[in-house]
Ligand binder design. Sequence first.
Ligand code: HEC
Ligand code: HEC
Ligand code: HEC
Ligand code: HEC
Ligand code: HEC
Ligand code: HEC
Length: 507
Amino acid sequence: MEQKKPTAYRYLMNPVSITGILLALTATILIVAFLVLEASSGLDNAYIGIFVYFAFPAMLILGLILIPAGSWRARKKYRSDPEAGIPPLPRLDFNDPNKLRLAIFFILASVVFFLIVGIAAVKGYEFTESTTFCGELCHVPMEPELTAWKNSPHAKVKCVECHVGPGAEWYVKAKISGLRQLWVMLNRSWPTPIQTPIENLRPARSTCEHCHWPEKFYAGRQKIFYHYAPNEDNTPREIDMLIKIGGTPKTPNAMGIHWHIGREVNYIAGDKKRLTIPYVAVKGADGKITEYMDPAKPLSRDQIAKSEQRLMDCIDCHNKPTHIYHSPGEEMDRHFASNTIDRSIPYLKKVAVNLLEKPYRTSEEAVAAIEAGINDYYAKNYPDVVRTQGPALTRAIGEIKGIYKRNYFPRMKVSWNTYPNHIGHFYTPGCFRCHDGKHKSPEGKVISKDCTICHTMLGQIQENVPKGKPVTEFVHPVDIGDELNNTNCSECHSAGGQDVAGGGNEQ
Ligand code: HEC
Ligand code: HEC
Ligand code: HEC
Ligand code: HEC
Ligand code: HEC
Ligand code: HEC
């Protein structure tokens, strides 16, 4: 009777092949179950993804290798018995119904196998391109970027759209650098904070311009900057400006702020973070190169020849298009403006900013200290407010804790001013890295700091601005004399709304 058993059965019933069958079956069931679960419930978890798209398919493939390997070994053993008369290679004879059934089974199984592995591969590719994968798998080191991204104008744009972009070349590059990052993750050896600028970020031309094609820019944008004084009344201060973004920058007659990308502007950075720019070279429409230098830090010809020049692109101004952190002062201003924090609570901006800017070791410690600090302050100084505005104060405390969590990440040693944002010139030198009115060409041309080349004042509401009087120039809330034009705003404002006059440049 034993001899009648199909040979396939004999060959499969060995420990190696059985292990293979079990592995392949378990993997198939798990993959199918999770794919169904994902499709029906929208389940989206980074760790489950790693299993469904990588670990289980690997298990399936391993199983499918073990099955024939075991059979081959078993067959070899049977063949060592000369009595058995087994030929060196299996005979493919479809007249034998057993073999025919086996062949049909083999073909069907292959189809199912390629279907499952195919779906897993496509979904796996999608998964490695997803924000879940980029942002949440490495959730400790990516926490600041993910949080800021979620609260930004690009919250619906996937990480890979800016960090990888289209095309196979950059996909492969990203995956290779991903392997290195995986190593860093396993070692828990990431830098705190992560260093910028990202040295090998893909040139913005191939990422940003996919969605913001330069032929389609707007001429200007009206923007109101809301501020509130750090005084008892949290007095409103509003700056209403037209920002001259400029149109059609890829043409020789480009104007306004986006003029830079219509031209070839190269520069040499004086430091790794590109916060100082001692040298700028502009190629004119006629091909002539104009060189501007900071007379305070002139570079010699030799240094210019040896230094790396960077062609200015979107990232030289929009280095924080999505990982945007806000200063505590700015956050309080936004909450007052949108009425999510009650502005009538006396000194609230000042008290909140001071508490937010204190150094804390952990987020938990910070939120506890912020809550206690605000409660203590008002219990001691404004018991009336606690009595009459209790709920508003409680709501404010909740919002202020939220401000901390969005802009301070003690685990990564990141806070709102770790990464300077080059747009503007308020907290960081930004545009004034070149537009400081000092960078000069040998012919005497200066990169302008004229307050009207980039924006026009439309109006201003402030304690020291008479109501109804048209404003043509920005009026500083306190008289700082010539310093308004001669000192970079960031020299005084980098502290972010706290102790403005005493703040130094922290970078
Ligand atoms: C709109 C484009 C865009 C999107 C979307 C985007 N990034 Fe970025 N990211 C940038 C730019 C630009 C930089 C800054 C590069 C520089 O300064 O050199 C950056 C920098 C970073 C850095 C370096 C540290 C830092 O804060 O500057 C990390 C980490 C990072 N991004 C992770 C992510 C993750 C995770 C996501 C998705 C959740 C994401 N990024 C989505 C454009 C983007
Ligand atoms: C996949 C498409 C996509 C990519 C890639 C992309 N953006 Fe955007 N960007 C958007 C969308 C959508 C908005 C929101 C538009 C709106 O609010 O009207 C936006 C808004 C902006 C804004 C205006 C933000 C504001 O304050 O309202 C800027 C500036 C910007 N993007 C710059 C960039 C830069 C720089 C890059 C490259 C690092 C980039 N974008 C890459 C789609 C994209
Ligand atoms: C010289 C600095 C600079 C460069 C270079 C630059 N931008 Fe801008 N861009 C600005 C400023 C400043 C604004 C206005 C910001 C604001 O209103 O807050 C702006 C506004 C924008 C806006 C918003 C327009 C709107 O109406 O809301 C988009 C989108 C944008 N830039 C995309 C780009 C892209 C893409 C590139 C690269 C091809 C680029 N920018 C290069 C400085 C620059
Ligand atoms: C790397 C140096 C550099 C940086 C950074 C820079 N600029 Fe410029 N910008 C220049 C140079 C050089 C010129 C041309 C000066 C000239 O030839 O008159 C210029 C010209 C301009 C002009 C006049 C364009 C015209 O219509 O003729 C505007 C507006 C402008 N910049 C805005 C900005 C803004 C806004 C920022 C910051 C977001 C900024 N720039 C950052 C170098 C820079
Ligand atoms: C090279 C271009 C440029 C020059 C020159 C320039 N600014 Fe600005 N300024 C900007 C940009 C860009 C913003 C908008 C930043 C943003 O959208 O966050 C801005 C924002 C401002 C704001 C609002 C800041 C805030 O956060 O409330 C004030 C006030 C201001 N500028 C005053 C001045 C004064 C005063 C001068 C002359 C000493 C000046 N600017 C020169 C580009 C310039
Ligand atoms: C010498 C230091 C100094 C310089 C330089 C300086 N400021 Fe100020 N600024 C101050 C002080 C001090 C205050 C705080 C006044 C107060 O809060 O009552 C202030 C307040 C402000 C406010 C109101 C902020 C708020 O939240 O209430 C704005 C807006 C402002 N400055 C803009 C600018 C701009 C734009 C520049 C550069 C063109 C600039 N400042 C340069 C010292 C300076």
